[in-house]
Design a protein around this ligand. Structure first.
Ligand SMILES: *Cc1c(COP(=O)(O)O)cnc(C)c1O
Length: 424
């Protein structure tokens, strides 16, 4: 089930201090998850979690994770800038390549990041943009469909990521010619997976390929990167994955394939790390009864896109009404001129009045960061619920001035500058 550990009084206090909507994050919760994960893999001397920055790119959060011993997984110039600004360097940064501008390779190398190449063509790009380091990581795409037992978990054959096995063999030989001495392997084959077998299954694939490719190329096998993908229970009937058990199962696979040890394990969890420790706190501002019953919130898909984009389920509770019967069926909507701007469709909830605080759960990963500005809607603030129980504004809300700041406002619009200034 979702994380119900934050009491309504906390949402109410926060909403007194800051205008809604805002994302609220629990410092204590995030620290506890980081510690649990590090404990689950403590059997591996060379283990490191590289938090996927795209999940929650706020420096206050990244600093907390740094204090807990995590590194960062970056995939863009601005994510690398965040990492640099927070003092991450060298083996604390994983740079996951994709179809990105070549200069980003140079930047990643300048910071000493471990570079995870997505394609065989990236080898020559890296050579001319920052140079080939001693240890390089390559992303593997086994193609076809990815199964756990007989259950299809994902379709790598349709995914844009990674090298084929033949390309890995050829590419690693080339990397060796260019001066690399060791290598790691990465794959991300299934997203938001609550099945405990995901990492162990992936670890078996990656560790055996690592061994085979080391034999075939003469490079030293350094690590496998299990990437992200461990899921969270967004729905009340779902069970949380058991990270201690996952760690122990990966250890079993590891000992099977590399009984002599010496291989590192890396992870790049985003969703599992912070997802359940965030909540989008909103007010109900409208109701409407037509063919259905609608509750309109002061937040919209600009603040949390997952329901509109994937039809994703996010649990919703109403402050002060957790024990009230869910005897009303509502569509819970935002203000966008898009009919998919619904946080919930035909959801049984307690009766909601305008002014009620409505909390959307599990928004701590891929929530704020996936936001956008459609309809000129502005991004919300982010608030940290600190370990000592205070609330700290860790990002202010966007203003109209922010929204208009990238426009070229020529003389024709001289009044417009004034409108923006006066509006604030
Ligand atoms: C998105 C992403 C992650 C994190 O995924 P989660 O589902 O949030 O765990 C990790 N690594 C890479 C390369 C990614 O693109």
């Amino acid at each position: 089930m979702p994380n119900f550990s934050c009491p309504d009084t906390v949402f109410e206090q926060a909403a007194q201090q800051f205008s809604t909507p805002f994302h609220l994050y629990s410092e204590k919760g995030i620290r506890e998850r980081a510690r649990l994960l590090n404990q689950a893999f403590s059997w591996c001397k060379d283990y490191k979690e590289y938090f996927a920055v795209k999940a929650l790119p706020n420096p206050s959060i990244l600093r907390i994770l740094k204090e807990e011993g995590c590194g960062v997984d970056c995939s863009s110039e601005t994510e690398l800038m965040l990492a640099q600004g927070l003092g991450f360097s060298g083996n604390e940064i994983m740079f996951s390549a994709n179809a990105m501008p070549n200069d980003e390779f140079t930047y990643a190398r300048k910071l000493g990041a471990t570079v995870n190449l997505d394609d065989i063509t990236h080898i020559d790009i890296l050579k001319s943009h920052g140079g080939i380091p001693e240890c390089v990581c390559c992303r593997y795409n086994p193609g076809g469909s990815f199964k756990i037992g007989t259950f299809v978990m994902g379709n790598p054959g349709e995914a844009k990521y990674g090298f084929t096995y033949e390309q890995l063999r050829e590419g690693l030989k080339k990397l060796k010619e260019y001066g690399a001495t060791s290598f790691g392997l990465h794959a991300f084959l299934s997203s938001n997976t609550i099945d405990n077998a995901y990492y162990p299954t992936l670890a078996r694939i990656l560790l055996s390929c690592l061994k085979d490719l080391a034999n075939e190329t003469g490079l030293t096998p350094a690590f496998v990167n299990l990437s992200g993908g461990i899921g969270i229970p967004y729905q009340p009937q779902q069970e949380a994955p058991d990270v201690m058990k996952i760690g122990a199962e990966v250890q079993r696979v590891y000992n099977d394939i590399f009984p002599e040890g010496g291989i590192g394990i890396k992870t790049e969890l985003g969703r599992w790390m912070t997802g359940p420790e965030g909540w989008l706190v909103t007010h109900a501002i409208h109701h409407k009864d037509t063919y259905r019953h609608y509750i309109g919130l002061d937040a919209c898909a600009a603040n949390l896109m997952r329901p509109a984009m994937y039809g994703a389920y996010h649990h919703i509770t109403v402050c002060g009404k957790r024990n009230a019967p869910c005897d009303h069926i509502y569509d819970v909507t935002g203000s966008l001129c898009e009919n998919n701007d619904k946080f919930a469709v035909e959801r049984p909830l307690p009766e909601i009045q305008e002014g009620d605080i409505v909390v959307i759960h599990d928004t701590g990963a891929h929530g704020y960061s996936m936001g956008y500005n459609y309809n000129g809607r502005l991004r919300s603030s982010e608030v940290l619920w600190t370990e000592n129980g205070d609330f700290r504004l860790i990002r202010r809300a966007e203003t109209p001035k922010d929204y208009f700041s990238t426009l070229d406002i020529d003389e024709f619009y001289t009044d417009f500058q004034q409108i923006v200034e006066n509006h604030a």
